[in-house]
Design a protein around this ligand. Sequence first.
Ligand SMILES: [Zn+2]
Length: 363
Amino acid sequence: MRVASALAALGVLGLAVSHAASAQTAPAWAQIGACQTLSMGAVGGPAPAGDVAVLRYAGSSNYELTYRDTVLLFNAEYTKRLPPARSLGVEEPQLTKATAIYIGHGHSDHMASVPFVALQSKAKVYGAKLSTDAALAMGVPQAQVVAVKNGDVQKYPGFTVEAVLARHASVFDETGKVNPMFQASTAAWDAMRKATQIDPQIGWNGQRKMPNGQMMAQGTSDRHVLDEGTMGYLVTFETGYKMYILDSSGNPTKEQQAMMARVGHLDVATVSYQGFFIAQRQIEQTLPLVELFKPDVFLPNHHDETGGFYPDMAGYPLFMAIREKLPRTQSIAPMYRTPVCFNTKTKDVFVGETWTWPADKKN
Ligand SMILES: [Zn+2]
């Protein structure tokens, strides 16, 4: 039991904070198998033990959370990415081990892979009703689908997940009219793609076949996704450690404000950093949420080129803006599948990188 003995060693040595690898603590973290591999739990990678939780960013707005033997996927959009998007290094057919999938909202770039992954892993699928209705329409069996409302909680060994109503990025107003700033940003990004001869093929927007041969409709474009169909998920560990996982960046809701009034402080938060395409305009959307959550650790999502519609967003301007407002918040933008390991008891954080691992582990 390599993992168990490594955790015992942590207790003996006492563990200081280590982002990347400090000489004192890297060996202890490096003993934890899940923290020294790019293999997601959902493809059969090693599970963390004890109080260690592992988050992996897997492109678009996908995050994977593993804790002991539970594997949760937050959003699922793993369709084959065409250049200029980078490969995720993982394909839908490999994702066979998920316990549950949590849909932030039902747009196709957040849930296109939900039926594939749900059918092959037998994972339960949670989301606002608009999202789970879309999952049903995409072929997920009724028995696997659970619609959640604000405040609904699921229990897992050692932690809970609570749905907290969020708001989608305000790319449209209540009447469905496109936000002029979104329109301007889209035009700017389109012009840049043309001028620089970046001509991505659409990676996620086409019709695709289900494993059983039927064609799959992709997500939902109901306009109430914006105000009724977007959920963030509050993960609370038995140690009291808290993460909030949010795949959008609309103005804070009263439900999110109530959550923060109740919990006071988040250890980890991820918020979408996409939709307005230009850092300065997008910071205006993302930063107020980060300021509300005041996390010790912030991770962006949705900030990458996905092979069609979205540009790579510069993280640096956002991280500088966060440091300005919240000097105690550490911003981390992990590469695809990199393990970001959190000791939910000591609050230590470790970002596993391939250069910290033995040669035979650089997979
Ligand atoms: Zn969306």
